[in-house]
Design a protein around this ligand. Structure first.
Ligand SMILES: [Zn+2]
Length: 442
């Protein structure tokens, strides 16, 4: 039993506890309450700290750590076109190094559960999917990698060059094999696989439909990009005679087992359909800003009752974005668009925790601090400079993110005093730098 005491607890599920305790045994939370904990157990002094549920990252492309800074001022389609040829050269070592750095960086910003979307599998370059799974095991995060895919190259009217796409049959076989090999559906699972074709402009309608059928037959979730930019609207109108969400719906891609990245350009009807079907959105405000995509209608989605989580997106379109910082970015952008009551700090924190858990289908296990849930906990130092703000949640969300005193994943300490304790900061950083060098010279 381990007990964190004298801590301000933002449970997210219920009332906050200004001075209380959190006790966990193995990977489960056993007690959350005010004052001291009566039972036995090793003590961690949480004085000066805010405890939040571990943050959930709902969208990433870990391999992109190796290609940051490419096309710093281009649109999504310009940036993608420049990036594809570089990504075609990645191998398992690049993916492992990049994933170690990216997951380490996520952990250092409070993330306990990370999803990934890996959709490029160049031939003869090792087992790229296994490489990122190994990295997640080493860093110690709960991991939801999506076996991504692209089958619609330029010769088929798609955006990517033909050299980076695979055939539909090969993709479906590899995806099924990945689910059968790695997916663990149990309570407390550290590894779950999603089926994740890349986007309407790089994947055929047939593969989208068959991917959905495959995921549903295997009982796993579906993820893809949707409605990110106006270029995509235009592409979908021209090629399919529909807007992106209408197109996705026509392919069976709305539902409680689907979460979509970005969803910046939604119509009123789309928002209603997301709420009615329980379709989740991975909101990536920094990436949307970086690529000039727009400001997503997140507060309207939340008001409608649709699940919304936060994501940093791949580092090639958001560089060194920390996940906790996306809480602030989401809040500020919603207020810039809709006014000062559009998104509160607590709503943004809920989005980063329970909202993400809902997107990943794990709301019974993670996303809030309650007895019976998994011990995925972030402890933030809100003393020192931050103590001039009375409300610890405001101190946490409004300015620069406070230091991370400790990050616990399933009862295990992954970060302490801001530094990784599973792999070292130095090893994670070097993994990322090596991946970058290897990709640039290959
Ligand atoms: Zn993305």
């Amino acid at each position: 039993m381990i007990v964190i005491e004298n801590v301000y607890v933002a449970t997210v599920a219920g009332p906050e506890i200004p001075s209380g305790h959190l006790a966990f045994d193995g990977d489960r939370i056993v007690a959350v309450g005010p004052g001291a904990y009566e039972g036995e157990g090793e003590r961690i002094d949480g004085r000066g700290c805010l405890a939040t549920p571990g943050l959930v990252n709902t969208h990433h492309h870990l391999y992109q750590w190796a290609s940051q800074g490419v096309t710093p001022d281009g649109t999504l389609f310009e940036w993608l076109t420049a990036s594809y040829r570089l990504w075609a050269r990645m191998d398992a070592e690049v993916v492992h190094g990049a994933a170690t750095a990216a997951l380490g960086w996520l952990a250092k910003s409070g993330c306990t559960t990370a999803s990934d979307h890996h959709y490029i599998f160049p031939k003869g370059r090792g087992d790229l999917f296994d490489a990122e799974i190994q990295a997640a095991r080493e860093v110690g995060l709960r991991f939801h990698p999506g076996r991504g895919s692209m089958d619609r190259g330029q010769s088929q009217g798609g955006l990517p060059p033909d050299e980076v796409v695979e055939s539909g049959d090969e993709i479906l076989a590899e995806t099924e094999a990945a689910v059968r090999k790695y997916h663990d559906p149990s309570f407390g699972s550290m590894l779950r696989i999603a089926v994740a074709p890349c986007s309407p402009f790089s994947v055929s309608g047939r593969l989208m439909t068959e991917s959905a059928a495959l995921a549903r037959s295997l009982g796993v979730r579906l993820h893809t990009h949707g409605a990110e930019t106006l270029d995509e609207d235009e592409h979908c109108r021209e090629q399919f005679g529909m807007l992106p969400v209408e197109y996705l719906e026509s392919l069976g891609w709305l539902g409680p087992d689907v979460w979509l990245a970005h969803c910046v350009h939604l119509t009123d009807t789309d928002i209603r359909r997301f709420a009615d079907t329980g379709t989740g959105t991975a909101h990536c405000p920094s990436s949307n800003g970086r690529l000039g995509a727009g400001i997503a209608r997140v507060s309207e989605l939340l008001r409608a009752g649709a699940p919304v989580g936060l994501g940093v997106d791949g580092a090639a379109s958001s560089e060194m974005t920390p996940l906790a910082g996306e809480i602030r970015m989401a809040m500020l952008l919603q207020r810039a668009r809709y006014g000062p009551d559009a998104l509160t700090a607590r709503q943004a924190l809920e989005m980063a925790t329970m909202g993400g858990a809902r997107c990943l289908g794990r709301e019974a296990e993670i996303g809030s601090l309650e007895p019976g849930k998994l011990a995925d906990i972030a402890l933030w130092r809100v003393d020192g400079f931050y103590s001039a703000i009375d409300d610890p949640v405001v101190a946490f969300a409004y300015g620069q993110t406070p230091p991370l005193a400790r990050l616990i994943v399933g009862g295990r300490t992954v970060v302490e005093d801001g530094e990784l304790r599973t792999v070292t900061d130095q090893a994670a950083a070097e993994g990322g730098a090596m991946a970058h060098r290897r990709l640039r010279r290959s």
